[in-house]
Design a protein around this ligand. Structure first.
Ligand SMILES: Cc1cc2nc3c(=O)[nH]c(=O)nc-3n(C[C@H](O)[C@H](O)[C@H](O)COP(=O)(O)OP(=O)(O)OC[C@H]3O[C@@H](n4cnc5c(N)ncnc54)[C@H](O)[C@@H]3O)c2cc1C
Length: 346
């Protein structure tokens, strides 16, 4: 079928859905409260399903041209001892900076299709006159979800805080180092830049309120193996993004009448599996395919919900478990032992 869609939010999910729906012959309007795509955010990992979804809307090659593929992903202990490792060919992960991915998504969209600097209100979500479907692609604090999905719970804190940034220089390996109550990740961002992230249980930050983040990170992670130390040494003078991490309790359905949620609006999850952006892309392409082929909006939204609800709940649950395990405070020795054993078995 063909129709008119209002997309609330011009992030990864909203822009991917716009590309997919245009290909399916739909009329599309994206309303985004920001003035332009944000020039922030670290490297995002796109897994096999995400790349396959981008291929379906003709963008896979452009993403591959800009992405990097680490040769190996390693989980290590602070000493540098590997707990487990997986080759990138097996994991099929592409790393791309958020701004590069958004560039690819925006490139070639008809002028005026994205209305920047246009915050959507509750009344817009309810009325949406002239639109057959309203897509909430408006992120973790989604207004569409709060307005059109009665009883949907608010995001809840995961008990961890993340710091992120980038430093000059390239890396090939992707490493995540797990200590007691905290982890440190290092991946490639592009040919000249290294992406890093640190995640800590909030209780470890007690008494450090107001401390300079660079100084704090250097204190907390000082003495870890050289991949981490090299990043810590390069931190002064670079920007550090801090955010408390939240996840969204499960929604019973991603559809409510002609309203549908995709991406973080539907299933914001712990970042530990690096799957949020990837699942957002898969949602968006699945929704566009359903709206392009099913005979009615009702059928299409039901198909999207059937295809995406269960898998995304499973990924969100696994991400939560990994968030707890990777920043475990009491059982870190047993955890590391188990990881090594599993690594040998795999
Ligand atoms: C620390 C951290 C690390 C992460 N690392 C990874 C990773 O390695 N790999 C990965 O796949 N994912 C990762 N993610 C998750 C990923 O960033 C998100 O899953 C992804 O950005 C979701 O995209 P989205 O389009 O659904 O939402 P968003 O990116 O939040 O976009 C929503 C858009 O809607 C707009 N909006 C909101 N309200 C309104 C309104 N009322 N009117 C108009 N516009 C509105 C916002 O301005 C925004 O542009 C990470 C997340 C965090 C917090």
């Amino acid at each position: 079928m063909r129709g008119r869609a209002l997309l609330v939010g011009g992030g990864i999910a909203g822009l991917t859905a716009a590309r997919g729906l245009l290909r399916a012959g739909w009329e599309v309007e994206v309303r985004e409260r920001r003035e332009s795509p944000p020039d922030i955010g670290g490297a995002l990992s796109l897994w096999r399903e995400g790349m396959a979804a981008l291929d379906r809307i003709g963008l896979g090659e452009r993403v591959r041209e800009r992405a990097r593929r680490p040769s190996l992903g390693v989980i290590a202990a602070p000493s540098g001892r590997a707990l487990t490792a997986v080759g990138s060919q097996r994991a099929e992960v592409h790393l791309i900076s958020r701004s590069s991915l958004l560039d690819v998504l925006v490139e070639g969209l008809p002028d005026g299709l994205v209305r920047w600097n246009t915050p959507v209100t509750e009344a817009d979500v309810r009325d949406a006159e002239g639109f057959d479907v309203v897509v909430g692609a408006d992120g973790i604090h989604s207004l569409v979800r709060r307005t059109a999905f009665p009883g949907a719970a608010d995001p809840r804190p995961l008990g961890t805080v993340a710091y992120r940034g980038a430093v000059p220089g390239a890396v090939d390996l992707a490493t995540e180092t797990w200590g007691r109550g905290m982890l440190f990740g290092v991946t490639s961002m592009d040919a000249h830049t290294t992406n890093w992230f640190a995640s800590l249980r909030t209780e470890l930050l007690r008494g450090r309120e107001g401390q300079d983040p660079v100084e704090m990170l250097r204190e907390l992670y000082g003495g870890w193996h050289p991949v981490v130390t090299r990043v810590l040494e390069a931190l002064p003078g670079t920007a550090v993004d801090r955010r408390e991490l939240y996840e969204l309790p499960a929604l019973a359905s991603y559809v409510s009448g002609r309203h549908v949620v995709i991406g973080d609006a539907a299933h914001a999850m712990a970042p530990n599996l690096g799957r949020g952006a990837c699942e957002s892309v898969v949602d968006a392409v699945a929704l566009a395919a359903a709206l392009g082929t099913e005979p009615t909006v009702e059928h299409a939204l039901a198909r999207y919900d059937r295809r995406r609800h269960r898998p995304t709940r499973m990924v969100a649950r696994a991400s939560r478990v990994l968030n707890r395990v990777s920043t475990s405070v009491r059982l870190d020795r047993q955890r590391n032992h188990l990881m090594r054993t599993l690594g040998h078995l795999v």
